[in-house]
Design a protein around this ligand. Structure first.
Ligand code: URA
Length: 227
């Protein structure tokens, strides 16, 4: 398959309309030798517009808008949460409510802020009444998150909460068992640390100490072994 055909198959899988000029076939339009390997996925802006117009699951019917993510598209840290809530759906930005304020504090404790990390969710659309994402919804959205991770190429992913951790790591273990250790994504290339969701920490402040330990672990892993 030529690189152009691969690119088209990828865009079609993302349900992005692909137009071809009449009389241009794959081989003539983009011979393999002209395209370097890896140039097959959509770029950031193409991905953003694919998300904005996505109708891959029924959540598009009830959303106000999609929530693509926010921050530095070449950040070292990526924070992955569950799904937009009511305020996020209204404003188009992840983690803007009370849980978001606590997430900001957690980032600040690491010397980070919203502009130095990239924050995304498992789902780009709000599930009605903030119910848990279904497996089908998470699967329909996964390709967007995977491409975001590919493009950001973070050195560390912090998965906040059960939904994020379980979907990201394809596990059904509770957060209490996943936190406090390192996991890996993409064939071991990207370390993942799991911690409690800030909304849970607001309800159970005594768990903040464990969340802090998780952040320290993530920071240590980012820095690598002490010399
Ligand atoms: N909770 C999440 O997991 N993500 C958001 O964007 C907001 C709340």
């Amino acid at each position: 398959m030529s690189a152009e055909a691969r690119r088209r198959a990828y865009l079609e899988a993302l349900e992005i309309d692909v137009y071809t000029l009449r009389g241009h076939d794959d081989a003539a339009a983009a011979p393999d030798a002209d395209i370097s390997p890896g140039e097959v996925g959509p770029d950031w802006e193409t991905l953003r517009s694919a998300v904005a117009s996505c109708t891959n699951c029924s959540l598009h019917q009830s959303r106000t808008q999609t929530v693509f993510g926010v921050g530095n598209p070449s950040a070292d840290w990526m924070i992955i949460g569950e799904a937009p809530g009511q305020e996020e759906d209204r404003l188009g930005e992840p983690f803007v409510g009370r849980a978001g304020k606590l997430l900001d504090e957690m980032l600040r404790s690491l010397g980070l802020d919203r502009s130095s990390v990239f924050i995304a969710n498992i789902l780009k659309c709000r599930p009605p009444n903030n119910r848990d994402p279904s497996a089908e919804e998470a699967a329909a959205c996964r390709r967007y998150l995977d491409r975001q991770i590919e493009l950001v190429a973070p050195k560390m992913i912090l998965a906040v909460g059960r939904i994020a951790a379980q979907h990201l790591l394809n596990s059904d273990a509770p957060v209490g068992r996943m936190r406090g250790q390192k996991h890996y994504l993409n064939d071991g290339q990207i370390p993942v640390v799991v911690t409690y969701h800030p909304a849970y920490l607001l309800r159970s402040p005594t768990q903040k100490r464990k969340a802090w330990q998780d952040l320290v672990l993530a920071r240590q892993l980012m820095k690598g072994p002490a010399s």
